[in-house]
Design a binder for this molecule. Structure first.
Ligand code: ZN
Length: 270
């Protein structure tokens, strides 16, 4: 029998035996047990901002999946430099890595203007970058990663993609609670339940620091990828593309530049 028919009939019988009341947990257990293989080719959707971390995640996905699509979000960022970097990074990746070019599919850009409407963050409004009353940096955008993951999962649903890849990291980060592994995996579980389909979120940078992120780039794509990241990706909270450092462009002062620069120094020194 066609494997997909076997799969569907097994799934149906499991649902029936589990009963309607157990639908959600039964479905989730089934998906999470790794027994659901919807297609012979594997595909992934990478949350791709045009920054260093998501570019490394994209390379990571291109090494592991047969087909890779990308999604970015326009949420009223004060600086357009990061969004402007996205097509340039994709163009250079295609030009420099023919194997990856074959796998790299559509790029999607989704508006999430509600984050700008809510406002209050240094990334969306004219607010000083400092530690706020909440104890978090004023660059924190409440709910941002939760919305990104939800929108990406919904897009993946339409594109037949269950594997999402994101650059969230809680090793060498700004303390954002929606970058924590527990938050990301709880969101994946909620999305799997809410879509009645598996949603897996891969976070290859979660447990490594910024120096190791540079090393991962070198391991995945050699100096070609490291150079591409230096020249084209934008991490700076100020969107600065005028000051060139060994680690790339940026103001050199904001927390994002500071983390990127310190990681690059440790990467070179290792
Ligand atoms: Zn900066």
């Amino acid at each position: 029998m066609n494997p997909s028919v076997v799969l569907v009939s097994k799934f149906a019988s499991r649902l029936i035996s589990g009963g309607f009341a157990n639908f959600e947990t039964t479905t989730l257990d089934f998906f999470c047990a790794g027994r659901y293989h919807p297609a012979m080719t594997t595909s992934a959707l990478v949350l791709f901002s045009g920054g260093q971390d998501s570019t490394v995640c994209l390379a990571w996905a291109l090494q592991r999946f047969d087909r890779v699509e990308t999604v970015g979000f326009s949420y009223g960022q004060r600086h357009a430099a990061e969004l402007a970097a996205r097509p340039l990074v994709l163009k250079k990746l295609r030009a420099s890595f023919p194997d990856w070019k074959q796998k790299l599919g559509e790029d999607h850009l989704l508006p999430l203007d509600v984050l700008k409407s809510i406002g209050g963050s240094a990334l969306t409004d004219d607010v000083a970058i400092e530690i706020g009353d909440s104890g978090l940096p004023t660059t924190f955008v409440p709910g941002r990663n939760l919305m990104f993951l939800t929108a990406a999962a919904a897009l993946g649903y339409r594109r037949g993609i269950s594997d999402l890849v994101g650059g969230m990291c809680e090793t060498d980060f700004s303390g954002y609670p929606d970058c924590r592994d527990e938050t990301v995996q709880a969101t994946a579980k909620a999305l799997s339940l809410g879509l009645a389909r598996p949603v897996r979120v891969h976070t290859p940078l979660m447990w490594i620091d910024k120096a190791a992120t540079w090393r991962m780039a070198a391991e995945l794509g050699g100096t070609g990828l490291v150079d591409l990241i230096v020249e084209e990706t934008v991490t700076c909270y100020e969107g600065d593309r005028t000051h060139r450092h060994a680690w790339g462009y940026g103001c050199g002062q904001c927390p994002a530049c500071t983390l990127r620069a310190a990681g690059h120094s440790r990467y070179l020194a290792a």
